[in-house]
Write a protein that binds this ligand. Structure first.
Ligand code: CP
Length: 322
């Protein structure tokens, strides 16, 4: 069993990562990966390594960036699924048997996305090779959160002392959960959770933040907090995980859209992040061209959140497999 991640053999949840590991290992390696990509280095440090990309649910960024990361490092992805209809899950095979079967083929690592919270831990329990949680239902998405904190570090040059608004579907938005856990590792963090009452962040996350001395507040209108924060972290409605669409302009739900009005409130040096995909929660024609919007466009030589995902996932594969 691999045991490189602070006592964990797998990447299952954000709480397993220390601040020191993020700063001293992950961020340093991700910077190295950026240089490697920009310089078009052709060495193949992961030659002979094989990644299985087992996605029960659809993905663009996570699957593409992990698979491209593996290719750029000289490894291969001999088995990759886009959703559960493409392998024997469609015939009713359970997760444990699927993982046990794949392990018999001796891959180097399995990247798993599933629709059920806890699936990554179930897979890790039976797997003889490292499992990377690429999103488990409304549970967690730890590699997304790692790339989120890396993006923040690159654009704002610090994480300590930052004030962050997390907006939208905080109940089922797994990236919010993992990011909140990671932010708990840093000092002087302040979080504004901005959502309708029925989509508030889970009690266990509030308890974790309280234990880690993170100040947090629950709000309903992003316009009330936009001027205070360094980061606006917008999220979509997780309709694929059961959240019903709500009216983001309705008085009783509060206001959770990023548009030109919100931009006017925001600090000049703040940034806007979104794990994507983005539906209607950012008015793209008003926000995309703003220099603070770094979710999909790189700015001033600093990677977009999407591009940071490639560097961070390359770094994770190197730290895990090299
Ligand atoms: N952020 C994210 O997980 O996107 P995908 O669903 O496209 O992988």
């Amino acid at each position: 069993m691999v045991t490189r991640f602070d006592g964990w053999p797998h990447i299952v949840k954000a709480q397993q990562f220390s601040r020191e590991w993020m700063e001293d290992a992950l961020f340093v390696k991700a910077d190295e990966m950026q240089r490697r990509v920009e310089n078009r280095e052709i060495s193949a440090p992961l030659a002979g390594m094989e990644m299985i990309s087992l996605f029960y649910q659809e993905s663009t960024r996570t699957r593409a960036s992990f698979e491209i990361a593996m290719a750029k490092l000289g490894g291969s992805v001999p088995f990759s699924t886009a959703n559960a209809s493409q392998f024997s899950a469609a015939k009713g095979e359970n997760l444990a048997d699927t993982i046990l079967t794949l392990c018999e083929y001796s891959p180097s690592v399995i990247v798993l996305r599933s629709g059920k919270e806890g699936d990554a831990e179930t897979a890790a329990r039976v797997s003889s090779v490292p499992v990377i949680n690429a999103g488990d239902g409304p549970g967690q998405h730890p590699t997304q959160a790692l790339l989120d904190v890396y993006t923040i570090q690159k654009h704002l040059d610090r994480i300590d002392g930052l004030s962050i608004a997390m907006v939208g579907d905080l109940l089922n938005g797994r990236t919010v959960h993992s990011l909140a856990y990671l932010l708990g590792r840093f000092d002087g963090i302040e979080i504004f959770f901005v959502s309708p009452d029925h989509l508030r962040v889970k009690p266990e996350i509030r308890e974790y933040l309280a234990r880690h001395n993170v100040s947090f507040y629950e709000k309903k209108d992003i316009r009330d907090v936009a001027r205070h924060v360094d980061v606006v972290y917008q999220t979509r409605t997780q309709h694929n995980l059961g959240t019903e669409k709500w009216d983001r302009f309705d008085e009783s739900n509060g206001f959770t859209v990023i548009n030109r009005d919100v931009l006017r409130f925001m600090r000049n040096e703040a940034i806007i992040l979104h794990p994507l995909p983005c539906l209607d929660e950012i008015v793209r024609e008003e926000v995309d061209s703003d220099p603070r919007a770094v979710y999909i466009k790189s700015r001033n030589g600093k990677p977009s959140q999407v591009k940071a995902g490639l560097y961070v996932r390359m770094a994770l594969l190197m730290l895990l497999l090299f």
